[in-house]
Design a protein. Structure first.
Lengths: 426, 270
């Protein structure tokens, strides 16, 4: 197996990259604002029997503030963080073709590594009657569970955005899809790999050791993925396969240099996602089997969601969630030391969602993940509502508690935080 | 853990009078009033069959008792399905924070609807539970059950009287929901005798008190046959809130098919 050190070569790298993307966003903002047209009476989703032109420009601008009540572990870290973000999207539909651009940027006042720009999506797409094709950067989500996304592998995680790992970097790809009735087969050829983003020295929620971009070890290759999805009445099933560079890095200690390094091993992963719905109950399950350098394991997240609609007839929707995680991953041994970024060996998640269904769309979510063996747990509380027709406020509290030295949250033990964000939608 | 807030808005279909049924149950009506009530419901349903597919834009204005307003806008496409309920695809335009969220629904005659929500910020399709439709749609005074496709089988009927309303002669019918989770014990509907269109409805809550009144206005006829109301007004007498639903011109028979209402189309909806 050849391992090549590969600097991430990219149009968006470095200071000139930052300048390029901010200029592009600025141009898009000006042009979009001056010439924005919303085509009248657009038909959603239908692009086959008619030639239709449609174009839209949107921009979201957000401000985020985080406060960390505990003293930080490392020098240079602060007890608060403020940042602004911009998420701009423009698309053009002509007949069966679409071009879409979605640049994104965040500027963080405390952590320069958290300031970053990205194209979440930038693609051309053609939608035919049984065949669709897309080329460029895009965002693809696979999966059905709430507290962990095992099967989702196409996009790299933009980990600096949030510790929940739900923000993703755009993935360069060629996607070809075939549709037969209620079944869809999506196939992916991904020639460029993107490394995970990590906080810098002054950032909170970071690993004990720092990682340098472009110095990770991985095989230079083209990654392949495919997923077959079928919906049959009460059941939705997805079967997926991936062969290529793992999006999850493995940390190891290099005995020669006595320093930590990142490795993105080449893996083969098979995934199964399953959903069955009956009345207010939804059963959800994701299972993966992954094999690669030095390891081979099975992992699963399985659980239920129950919805009380119009709870006690006051219009609220209350949802209860419970999921169990099992991960059979072994420790990979490098000179007696190793770290893993993901290890939910035996964990249980419980949560509840409350939607008030009021004019401001107020919602709340609370949940906890508990390690059954160590008792280590993580608690999340989120609330959001619109504060005006175009502005939305969100508050979030994440607490990492009872951590043990070998637990998954141990490096975050003093990084519990509260966050408030305001987003304005143009 | 889902960082993004869960958008719990559900709409199974938007067009009223747009539920073609090729199968329907014969009621065990034992009285003439019940038979006549069912007859009228069946005739109204039969007159609205064969429209194929339709699309329109909706605008909702929500008003509270202090006169404060907020607006919702969405676009919808619907497909008439042979032997089953309609399929529909909705895309939300306003409020801006939900713009691009799309909702796909396959309604069925006796089973609960199949529903999927597309969340654009995550690129995620989520299947959702549809069995209780009595809650408010997007915070308005319309419950999901008020705007989903009205199927004859969902109610039992009783003819009450004929009445003159707004210069039209109408049948006044009582209908009682047959599905368990309804928010209403009964409804009274005024249907015009000439074209069999809904003109007014009164909704009685679970305690039997009058809760809301709905009027269907500004009817336009399409393809020489199908009537669509372009303005619906719902008033809640108990809270003092009201909602106006306005529809743009409908487009019919655009050659849509099942392919426009599948997972791939849901993911591409904008």
């Amino acid at each position: 197996m050849t391992i090549a050190k590969n600097a991430q070569s990219s149009f968006l790298n470095g200071r000139s990259g930052l300048f390029r993307i901010l200029s592009l966003m600025g141009i898009m903002l000006v042009v979009g604002a001056a010439a924005s047209t919303e085509a009248a009476a657009q038909t959603p989703g239908s692009r086959f029997q008619q030639i239709m032109d449609d174009s839209r420009f949107t921009a979201d601008l957000g401000f985020e503030f985080r406060g960390f009540p505990s003293k930080p572990l490392y020098d240079g870290q602060e007890d608060h963080a403020a940042s602004i973000m911009a998420d701009v999207e423009w698309y053009l539909d002509v007949g069966r073709h679409r071009i879409l651009l979605n640049p994104y940027a965040r500027l963080d006042a405390s952590d320069s590594r958290r300031s970053h720009v990205d194209f979440r999506e930038a693609y051309w797409q053609y939608a035919g009657s049984t065949f669709e094709v897309r080329a460029g950067l895009a965002k693809v989500f696979w999966g059905v569970t709430e507290s962990n996304h095992l099967v989702d592998i196409i996009n790299q995680t933009d980990a600096i955005e949030s510790p929940d790992g739900e923000d993703k970097l755009g993935q360069p790809m060629i996607q070809a899809s075939w549709i037969f009735g209620q079944a869809t087969l999506d196939t992916f050829v991904m020639p460029f790999f993107r490394e995970r983003t990590f906080p810098g020295q002054e950032g909170r929620l970071r690993t004990p050791f720092l990682t340098e971009k472009g110095e990770a070890f991985r095989q230079d290759r083209i990654d392949l993925g495919a997923r077959m999805f079928v919906t049959m009445g009460m059941v939705d099933v997805g079967v997926s396969a991936f062969h290529g560079t793992s999006r999850e890095p493995v940390f190891g200690l290099n005995p020669a240099t006595a320093s930590f390094e990142l490795d993105y091993p080449t893996i083969t992963q098979l995934g199964l996602d399953l959903l069955a719905i009956r009345g207010e109950w939804i059963f959800k399950s994701e299972t993966i089997y992954r094999s690669g350098y030095l390891s081979r394991f099975l992992a699963t997240t399985t659980g239920f969601e129950y919805t009380f609609s119009n709870f006690r007839n006051i219009g609220w929707d209350l949802g209860g969630l419970a999921e169990y995680h099992f991960d059979g991953r072994d420790e990979v041994d490098f000179a007696g030391q190793s770290f893993r970024l993901s290890s939910l060996e035996h964990d249980v998640f419980g949560g509840a969602r409350l939607a008030f269904n009021d004019a401001q769309s107020s919602e709340m979510l609370a949940g906890a993940v508990v390690d059954v063996i160590s008792g280590e747990h993580f608690v999340l509380v989120e609330a959001s509502r619109r504060v005006s027709q175009r502005m939305k406020a969100e508050a979030e509290v994440r607490a990492f508690r009872n951590t043990t030295p070998d637990g998954m949250f141990h490096f975050l033990r003093d990084d519990s935080f509260a966050q408030l964000s305001l987003v304005y939608y143009f | 853990m889902n960082k993004r807030t869960f958008i719990n808005t559900i709409l199974t279909a938007v067009c009223l009078l747009a539920a073609p049924l090729t199968t329907y149950a014969q009621s065990d009506a034992s009285t003439a009033a019940e038979e006549r009530g069912l007859e009228i419901a069946l005739e109204a349903d039969a007159r609205d069959r064969g429209w194929g597919d339709s699309s329109t834009e909706l605008s909702m204005i929500l008003r509270n008792r202090n006169g404060q307003q907020s607006t919702r806008r969405l676009r919808t496409t619907t497909l008439e399905v042979d032997g089953d309920g309609d399929k529909s695809l909705l895309v939300f335009d306003e409020p801006r924070d939900v713009q691009g969220t799309a909702f796909l629904s396959f309604t069925h005659v006796s089973d609960p609807d199949d529903q999927w929500l597309f969340l654009p910020s995550l690129g995620r399709v989520k299947r959702i539970s549809s069995s209780n439709k009595s809650g408010p749609f997007m915070g308005s005074e319309f419950a999901y059950e008020d705007i989903s496709s009205q199927e004859v089988d969902k109610y039992t009927y009783r003819f009450l009287r004929e009445e003159e309303l707004d210069g039209m002669s109408t049948f006044v019918i009582e209908r009682i929901p047959t599905y368990e989770k309804s928010g209403y014990t009964r409804q009274i509907v005024w249907i015009d005798t000439e074209e069999y269109r809904n003109i007014k409805g009164e909704f009685y809550d679970r305690k039997g008190d009058l809760l809301k009144t709905l009027t269907w206005n500004d009817y336009v006829q399409y393809e020489g046959q199908y009537w669509r109301s372009l303005r619906m007004e719902m008033e809640n007498h108990q809270t003092g809130k009201s909602t106006t639903l306005t529809f743009s011109e409908y487009n019919f028979q655009q050659g849509l098919s099942d392919r426009d209402f599948d997972q791939a189309s849901l993911r591409r909806a904008k």
